[in-house]
Design a protein around this ligand. Structure first.
Ligand code: FDP
Length: 305
């Protein structure tokens, strides 16, 4: 059977022409970011390379690459990124229809350990972000740079995975990914919270006693990708005293992942409320997160209550 490229796949679904091009632009740009990862010196920000030129940390460089390509694309209105303090407007002559929010390189602390890392995107029609909720997203996707580079996207009807092949094309590898109700794997982020919160310690004990298998990498993208690929699992990152609202960002990380999880039949909450119902008030807004297999997430919520 002929391989289906991302572009072909986007032609089989009902989608706005510009949104299709925008998703393809992100996929193409992720290849540049992957190239930078493979060929760069991976210096720390503030240091210089062998020629005495200032080097950029990979997260800063990835951000620059995405910003440049997205602005040039003519499909965006505004961009907001985890790497930038403010929303930036696309120049008038390049303006399109979509606000794009992204974490250009999630899991940057894992880079020097050569573990999988990712880029996360949320796409909203229009220019406004503050005051909206994740429910209003037109599409969400992430790219994961591991032993293979894969891309997972949804525009609302189904969640689909693509693998970057040897000639640089993203080809369909899994269509209509589903997440079952019961988890067999667990990924307990921020386990240090169990020291002060006995409910989280109780939840951890509950998973161990229920014979769940630990699958935790320390990167949100690979940890949640594991749930999609295995069709079950749970990832948690609760709040604790040093991060009273949690650590992970609503706009750049949690809302896009929650959108994808719900479209695959799973659940994503802050412990009480759907992540997609939480109003975006600031760019830097944090939220606790409980995401994955529906029943297992509900059980976690009841233990954490
Ligand atoms: P990182 O700090 O390496 O960028 O989004 C931040 C994130 O990684 C997530 O990918 C990951 O799940 C989490 O932080 C890990 O946080 P802890 O360092 O608190 O374990």
């Amino acid at each position: 059977m002929m391989a289906v490229s991302l572009e072909n796949h986007l032609h089989t679904v009902k989608i706005d022409h510009n949104l299709r091009h925008l998703i393809c632009t992100i996929a193409r740009t992720a290849k540049y970011v992957h190239h930078a990862m493979q060929t760069g010196d991976l210096g720390l920000a503030g240091t210089s390379n062998m020629y005495g030129e200032a080097q950029l940390a990979l997260d800063v460089l990835s951000n620059q690459i995405f910003v440049k390509e997205l602005q040039e694309s003519t499909y965006t209105t505004v961009l907001a990124s985890e790497e930038m303090d403010e929303i930036i407007e696309t120049p008038e002559d390049k303006k399109g229809d979509y606000a794009v929010v992204f974490d250009p390189l999630d899991g940057s602390s894992l880079v020097n350990a050569n573990l999988a890392i990712g880029s996360i995107f949320g796409i909203y029609k229009g220019e406004k972000l503050i005051g909206r909720t994740g429910n209003e997203m037109a599409a969400a996707l992430y790219v994961i740079y591991g032993p293979r580079v894969t891309l997972v996207y949804s525009i609302g009807n189904g969640v689909h995975e693509f693998i970057l092949n040897a000639v640089g094309e993203f080809v369909l590898s899994k269509e209509n990914i589903k997440v079952e109700d019961e988890a067999k794997n667990f990924a307990p982020g921020n386990l240090r919270a169990a020291k002060e919160n006995e409910k989280y310690a109780k939840l951890f004990k509950h998973w161990v006693q229920s014979d769940l298998t630990l699958r935790y990498s320390g990167g949100m993208v690979p940890d949640i990708n594991h749930i999609f690929m295995k069709g079950q699992g749970i990832f948690t990152y609760p709040k604790y005293k040093d991060a009273p609202k949690g650590k992970l960002r609503l706009l750049f990380e949690c809302a896009p992942m929650a959108y994808l999880m719900e479209k695959a039949g799973g659940r994503a909450t802050d412990g009480q409320k759907r992540i997609l119902d939480v109003k975006i008030e600031t760019l830097d807004q944090r939220t606790p997160i409980f995401i994955g297999s529906g029943k297992t997430v509900k059980k976690a919520e009841s233990i954490m209550k």
